[in-house]
Design a protein around this ligand. Structure first.
Ligand SMILES: NC(=O)c1ccc[n+]([C@@H]2O[C@H](COP(=O)([O-])OP(=O)(O)OC[C@H]3O[C@@H](n4cnc5c(N)ncnc54)[C@H](O)[C@@H]3O)[C@@H](O)[C@H]2O)c1
Ligand SMILES: [Zn+2]
Length: 355
């Protein structure tokens, strides 16, 4: 988590200032320079471009696993100069003339998805699938700081952000809530919650979560809310396994020390398989050489689908695989034959954070 810098180009920030929101003065922002290169640059402070916009002065901003996809150069049409950051809180500095719900000075948490609130998908609370907020593609709605494939909106690893449809998603942070907690509600907690929810967990179910990153940790913790009887987390980073073991709490295993993670899960479930498997890893998965070469080195598929393979093969017949790990838009090798033969239900989505 980054504390907002108060100084940019010798200009003191932190006070409301007309200059600061006119675009005339520079701010500091995390800028994409090409694969594996980001740097902090001075950019103009964003301006209101539409009457439903707000300008927000950022107070908390996170780096997430999804930033890795951009940083590694895996997301198509990530343009040099784009500002990263889709998990942030901030204070409303200026609002467009059609904004009614937010006032200048409100401290808000801003969901990562940009949603119009009125399209056919937003009306079903599928805010992550908004049909209006992304002029560049129909498969995905607008996302802050997430390439032109996701609308080309600059993100929140900056001092100021332009927030479109400001009346729809930003939510005023309740008094007394710690900002460090509030910023987790912009992505990580709702995504983990939705991962567990999409798993359709029944009381007593065995739930396996692949990935002990922030999203997997929250998915594991939320699995209990839906009545899980046993929660198992798989990763290969010991410090994360140690954390989730205590925080979720759950069983946690290092796949590097398991001969075969799928066989391990079958053995520990009377050879039936887990009731629910959650993929909270996505395109950057390790653990299978072929997937890594095709999906991460040669970029011939939309990422390495190693964890997804394991999820499909480790879930029981008729079970549910819930995918929140992100993959690229091109084709990806997965064992679809096993999905059919085992009668698996696959549920997946971008989290509808506002819901
Ligand atoms: N669907 C959504 O709305 C949404 C929202 C936020 C994040 N995400 C995605 O969720 C995924 C997780 O996000 P994060 O911030 O926790 O990322 P992260 O990179 O911090 O965590 C991923 C974890 O997976 C582990 N891992 C790698 N290969 C594995 C394997 N084969 N099996 C098990 N674990 C493995 C890594 O060691 C790492 O700890 C990312 O793909 C991210 O883009 C999706
Ligand atoms: Zn919409």
């Amino acid at each position: 988590m980054i504390e907002k810098p108060v100084q940019a180009g010798g200009i003191q920030r932190g006070e409301f200032s007309v200059l600061a929101v006119k675009g005339a003065t520079p701010m500091l922002a995390m800028s994409y320079r090409g694969p594996h290169r980001v740097r902090i640059e001075q950019k103009p402070v964003p301006e209101i471009l539409h009457p439903q916009d707000a300008i927000v002065r950022v107070t908390r901003s996170c780096i997430g696993g999804s930033d890795l996809h951009l940083y590694n150069g895996d997301v198509p049409d990530t343009r040099v100069g784009m500002t990263f950051g889709h998990e942030f809180t901030g204070v409303v500095e200026q609002r467009g003339e059609e904004v009614e719900r937010l006032n200048v000075g409100d401290h808000v948490l801003v969901p990562f998805n940009i949603a119009c609130g009125t399209c056919v998908f937003c009306q079903q609370e599928l805010y992550g699938n908004c049909h209006e907020s992304n002029p560049h593609a129909t498969a995905v709605g607008g996302i802050f700081g997430y390439s032109h494939t996701a609308g080309g909106y600059n993100g929140g690893q900056a001092e100021y952000v332009r927030v479109p449809y400001a009346d729809v998603s930003p939510t005023v942070i309740p008094e007394g809530m710690d900002l460090d907690d509030a910023v987790l509600l912009t992505d990580v907690v709702p995504t983990g919650y939705q991962a567990a929810e999409m798993g359709g967990i029944q009381p007593g179910d065995t739930v396996v979560v692949f990935g002990a990153g922030p999203v997997g940790i929250m998915a594991a913790r939320c699995a209990w809310l839906f009545g899980a009887g046993r929660v198992i987390v798989i990763d290969h980073l010991e410090y994360r396994l140690e954390f989730v073991r205590n925080y979720a709490p759950c069983e946690a295993y290092n796949f590097r020390s398991l001969e075969d993670p799928v066989l391990f899960i079958k053995r520990t479930t009377d050879f039936l398989g887990a009731d629910v498997c959650i993929d909270a890893v996505g395109a950057e998965a390790s653990g299978n050489v072929m997937q890594t070469i095709l999906g991460r080195k040669l970029l011939l598929q939309g990422g390495a689908a190693t964890a997804l393979h394991w999820a499909i093969n480790a879930v029981k017949k008729g079970g549910i695989v819930s995918i929140v790990g992100v993959y690229g838009p091109i084709d990806t090798l997965i064992p679809i034959g096993n999905v059919v033969n085992k009668g698996i239900t696959i549920r997946a989505n971008q989290a509808s954070v506002k819901r």
